[in-house]
Ligand binder design. Structure first.
Ligand code: AMP
Length: 326
């Protein structure tokens, strides 16, 4: 971790009375955990500062983490330092008013395709943005304060973005930072129950997904979740999007895709893979992300089919040139 960057960020935060924290749209555990975790650390460490998260979006499944702040006047943004977490490009920042902030800091673990902030700390190989917040705290423990609540937010993002510490990018540091969070008093039994208990409708949808996914010749699995299916199972868009997770353990399928009809003419694509990189594919379809976890958007079934056949070609190429895939 780049401790020179963490030092510069801490210095910058010290210069401001108000810090506003931003994150990406369709907020997930990592960006919510990183923003709330950082906010809590700053509130504990600098009680005289105003630290705000104003986000027009929210994810129901993370509602147990509590609400964010109420909207504020533009003047508040103009005097504030903006800290954007877990967001690779400016276009993905959920609150467009971030642009009003006097200065911007970027803390992120996505490829740095859009260096939108004057002060940028990017660790592409890091398994989560929350790990970076934990590292920020760890590097300045003598000045910063952490409590069980802050640690819980951060630990949550580390767990969810690393697939419970399974995905590439997890290393010894990840577990050392996770240990630091656990030492601060995370109630893991409660947290895992909040995250992983399932509603019956979600289990029934999982059964449907496993009955109805398709598979290309070379091993790309895919699932379409149209509006009718979403209505039949009573799924929110987020719940429908979770369908991607049900395809992850199919032997021989090195890439899996979920197409979720957003109901506005667009189809959200979630892409996941083992061994092969799929972010290049996502970039060709208005998206991007990590080598093995990306997102994209298509606008009709033909485009979806084209994306699937490109995914198939990527898997074919990989299998032709490697013998160690499972
Ligand atoms: P998701 O399937 O939405 O969980 O996205 C997986 C990863 O890809 C996350 O790290 C996202 O930040 C990234 N991602 C998703 N959609 C996009 C997009 N349209 N552009 C760039 N990155 C994306």
């Amino acid at each position: 971790m780049n401790t020179e960057k963490t030092r510069l960020i801490l210095e910058k935060i010290r210069q401001y009375d108000c810090v506003m924290i931003f994150r990406h749209g369709c907020p997930d555990g990592d960006c919510v955990g990183a923003s709330k975790g950082l906010k809590r650390i700053l509130q504990l460490s600098f009680p005289e500062k105003r630290v705000l998260i104003v986000d027009p979006e929210r994810s129901e499944y993370l509602a147990f983490l509590g609400a964010d702040d109420a909207p504020v006047d533009d003047g508040v943004y103009r005097g504030a330092l903006g800290v954007v977490v877990d967001t690779g490009s400016a276009a993905r920042i959920s609150n467009p008013k971030y642009a009003l902030c006097r200065e911007l800091v970027k803390i992120d673990h996505h490829p740095d395709a859009d260096p939108y902030a004057a002060l940028s700390w990017v660790e592409e190989d890091c398994s989560s943005a929350c790990e970076m917040i934990a590292a920020f705290y760890a590097a300045h423990q003598t000045e910063l304060k952490l409590d069980a609540q802050a640690a819980t937010y951060i630990y949550l993002g580390m767990v969810t973005d690393s697939g419970r510490f399974r995905y590439p990018g997890v290393n010894g540091d990840t577990l050392r930072y996770a240990a630091l969070m656990l030492d601060a008093g995370v109630d893991t039994e409660r947290l895992y129950a909040q995250l992983y208990l399932r509603d019956e409708k979600s289990l029934r949808f999982q059964a449907y997904a496993l009955e109805n996914f398709g598979r290309t010749e070379n091993g790309a699995a895919y699932l379409f979740v149209d509006r009718g299916t979403q209505e039949r199972f009573g799924l929110s868009f987020e719940e429908a999007s979770a369908g991607i997770g049900y395809l992850e353990s199919i032997r021989g399928c090195l890439c899996w895709l979920a197409f979720i009809d957003a109901g506005d003419g667009s189809i959200r694509v979630r892409l996941r893979s083992r061994f092969v990189s799929i972010n290049g594919l996502a970039e060709r379809y208005r998206g991007g992300g990590h080598a093995c976890a990306s997102g994209a958007t298509v606008f009709n079934p033909e485009e979806a089919r084209k994306l699937i056949s490109e995914a198939d070609a990527i898997v074919r190429q990989y299998k032709q040139t490697h013998s160690d895939w499972l």
